[in-house]
Design a protein around this ligand. Structure first.
Ligand code: FDA
Length: 393
């Protein structure tokens, strides 16, 4: 049986980062993955250009049962550290809105960089390997795999979340955590589009493709101002994906279709300047006409502004600044970018990611109960937690 200092299950973002870090420390590292290719999620991320980190990463941009948990790892391996690594490998990148950094050419560059780092650090990677069982021994772990038995001193679980099952996502990491007595907090799809109820679909389906700037607020008060996109199935776009992380089934979301503007003041001004203008024409200067027609009744839209009573104008303004809507649900793991919930961080060391009650067992990346905002934060968590464990194993 072959023995390794460290075995990492999962050749994704966190696993590869952890492997290279441990390898450079002189540890004998083996990475196992059941897929036929390493870093598959990286390859499709950011529309093929991988939004690999963000210029400004702060703990409040992560959702975790224990909000302080992420601080240590994020402070010790910062986005500037990853940017430096990207630059050392000569990868060209650019910044988009909100500090998001993307490869100029292809997400492949990031996978190649991580594989090169692993090679330089002497890491071995074995793909197409099923893990059949894991058991604790006196001085480490015994793994039975489809390629035989292996043993190790430290075992790192980097199997990611449940999103995109067609890319090989499995609940294996959660099962391992439970096997070793760790709590797994309930999981759900995050950074995911919302779906319409049947009646909403009839009313709004034709708006598919329309995008508008919006501010969306969840019931806990969390707010995002970005683009809102109407789709055949429901609502999407960055503002919606972001708010989905803070949404519970059955809750209303509030959509401000005129972000930064007071709709009532705008309506009163329009009334003063163009009293005979129809409501339809007035609103169509501010929002796409098809959206206006889906939101309001024909009879109301045909009225001139001076035919609207004060109460009616107030109601209209509220619909524009605070459109409260209860969505049916989300598209689920099929299209979600991340998984909310996961291995309870209260049972892990925030410095090393080691299980407090199982010496030698580590959890990193998305399998943990840590999910970031849209914008490169989930990869930054993979890098930071991977390095934290890589320095400890
Ligand atoms: P990751 O999922 O990367 O790796 C897990 C690995 O474990 C995989 O290689 C898998 O094959 C392996 N594995 C799973 N089960 C196994 C088993 N039973 N046995 C052996 N191996 C197993 N984030 C971001 O910051 N910027 C972005 O641009 C994007 N874009 C994006 C697009 C899309 C479409 C998705 C789905 C997700 C993103 N993300 C993102 C999120 C990001 O991809 C994700 O958070 C990280 O990849 C998580 O890294 P991990 O290493 O934890 O898991």
């Amino acid at each position: 049986m072959k023995h390794h200092d460290v075995i990492i299950i999962g050749a994704g973002a966190a696993g590869l980062m952890c492997a290279a870090t441990a390898g450079y420390r002189g540890r004998d590292v083996l990475v196992l993955d059941n897929a036929k290719q390493a870093g598959r999620k990286i390859l499709i991320s950011g529309g093929g250009r991988c939004n690999f980190t963000n210029q400004k990463v702060e703990p409040h941009q992560f959702i975790c049962g224990n909000p302080h948990f992420v601080k240590s790892a994020l402070a010790r391996y910062r986005s500037s550290d990853f940017i430096e690594l990207v630059e050392r490998h000569g990868i060209e990148y650019h910044e988009r809105d909100h500090g998001q950094l993307f490869c100029n050419d292809s997400a492949k560059d990031i996978v190649t960089m991580l594989m090169t780092e692993c090679e330089w650090a002497g890491v071995k990677i074995k793909l197409r390997t099923e893990i059949l069982s894991v058991n604790k021994t006196d001085n480490g772990f015994l793994l039975t795999t489809s390629n035989g038995e292996l043993s190790c001193q430290s075992l790192v679980v980097a199997t990611g979340g449940l999103s995109m099952p067609k890319l090989g996502a499995t609940p294996y990491g959660y099962k391992l955590a439970e096997q070793f007595g760790l709590t797994v907090l309930p999981t759900s799809a995050g950074l995911v589009p919302f779906t319409w109820h049947a009646d909403q679909k009839v009313r709004f389906e034709a708006l598919s493709g329309i995008a508008v700037p919006a501010t969306i607020t969840a019931q806990d008060g969390t707010q995002f101002s970005e683009a809102l996109l109407f789709t055949h199935r429901g609502l999407s776009g960055p503002a919606v994906l972001q708010i989905s992380n803070y949404w519970q089934a059955g809750e209303a979301i509030s959509i401000n279709l005129l972000p930064g503007e007071n709709a009532l003041e705008k309506i009163e001004l329009a009334l003063k300047n163009h009293p005979k203008q129809s409501l339809r024409n007035t609103l169509s200067h501010w929002l796409p006409k098809r959206l206006v027609e889906a939101l309001f009744e024909e009879t109301q839209l045909d009225k001139a502004l001076n035919q609207l009573g004060h109460g009616e104008r107030e109601q209209l303004a509220a619909s524009l600044n605070n459109w409260s809507i209860i969505m049916n649900g989300t598209e689920g793991y099929r299209t979600a970018e991340v998984t909310l919930g996961g291995v309870d961080t209260n049972e892990l060391s925030s410095k090393t990611m080691e299980a407090k009650n199982v010496p030698g067992l580590y959890f990193i990346g998305e399998v943990m109960d840590v999910s970031g905002w849209l914008g490169g934060f989930n990869f930054q968590w993979a890098w930071s937690s991977g390095v934290a464990a890589g320095q400890a194993v």
